[in-house]
Design a protein around this ligand. Structure first.
Ligand code: HEM
Length: 264
């Protein structure tokens, strides 16, 4: 299973052009969903207005070299390792899910566009990347969903209580899970179950990509932008219009570190 490209097997019954059209339609849904969300929620307008205001409050102008270095450092640290989540399980689960999803998507695009035509052989590395990516997404995502989610960890709601905000993580998990099940049953020769999970895989992809407007999907675009803006604002002294740090010893006691956040 791990070394078989499930899309090339599928291309024996469905035309490769139809599979490729589906992938392009999903990409179009991401773009449309994100743009409509930006217009409707006005988050980008807020972001740019805030950046403009912060620029006026800047204490010094950053040179192009300094800006580039800050952006590169932000990409390598804040974005690539989702530093915002601090040290701990939450960050490990997110990093696993994030890289798993990236591997899953990149391998899907490569296998669908380069290795579904008749007579082409998929290099073993691509199906392996696809399956490993889906498994990593499941490990990180289920760990987050079952144990780390604020509603479950801090609010003591049962893991099966579902709200609209869960659309993204659940659709992502449905894609990875049904994708793996589809590949498993396809390679083990269970045609009926293979087709059942293929339909579920297609449906979860439509929900994931069609639901961008309503879900947290676009945080993967907004978060990097916000991290870069925050670090630039710190370097030019504007600090996002926040007051400077007090020149006094930090004596706040344990604060939020006093106990685990379980207030129920
Ligand atoms: C392919 C890229 C990414 C994927 C698949 C992904 C996936 C996820 C998922 C499934 C969640 C849980 C959503 C929920 O609260 O229900 C989440 C939350 C979050 N993500 Fe991402 N993410 C990606 C990129 C990023 C990036 C680039 C950043 C930051 C630079 C980021 C920062 C966060 C933060 C801060 C949370 C909130 C975590 C929490 O509530 O514990 N993510 N992400």
């Amino acid at each position: 299973m791990m070394s078989i490209n499930p899309f090339s097997v599928l291309a024996e019954t469905i035309s490769p052009a139809a599979i490729q059209f589906f992938v392009l339609a999903m990409i179009a849904l991401i773009i449309i969903g994100t743009i409509v969300q930006m217009i409707h929620h006005k988050n980008v307008t807020y972001f740019f207005n805030n950046a403009k205001k912060a620029k006026l409050a800047a204490e010094r102008e950053l040179g192009a070299g300094e800006k580039t270095s800050i952006i590169l450092k932000t990409v390598a640290h804040d974005i690539a390792t989702t530093a915002e989540l601090g040290a701990g399980k939450r960050r490990v689960a997110h990093v696993m899910g994030m890289y798993g999803t990236i591997l899953f998507w990149v391998a899907s695009v490569v296998m669908v566009f380069c290795y579904t035509a008749q007579g082409t052989t998929t290099p073993t590395v691509w199906p392996i990347i696809w399956h490993v990516g889906a498994i990593m997404t499941c490990v990180g995502g289920y760990w987050f969903w079952l144990f780390l989610r604020v509603d479950v960890l801090a609010e003591a709601h049962p893991w099966y209580r579902i709200i609209k905000a869960d659309l993204f993580v659940l659709a992502l998990l449905a894609c990875a899970t049904t994708g793996l099940a589809w590949s498993y049953f396809q390679s083990s020769g269970s045609a009926g179950l293979g087709y059942l999970f293929l339909i579920l895989f297609i449906t979860s992809n439509i929900v994931l990509f069609g639901g961008v407007y309503w879900s947290k999907f676009a945080h993967m675009f907004y978060k990097p932008g916000a991290a870069i803006q925050k670090n630039l604002a710190e370097a030019d002294g504007s600090r996002d219009n926040l007051p400077p740090l007090a020149d006094a010893p930090k004596q706040f006691g344990l604060g939020i570190k006093r106990e685990q956040p379980k207030h129920y």
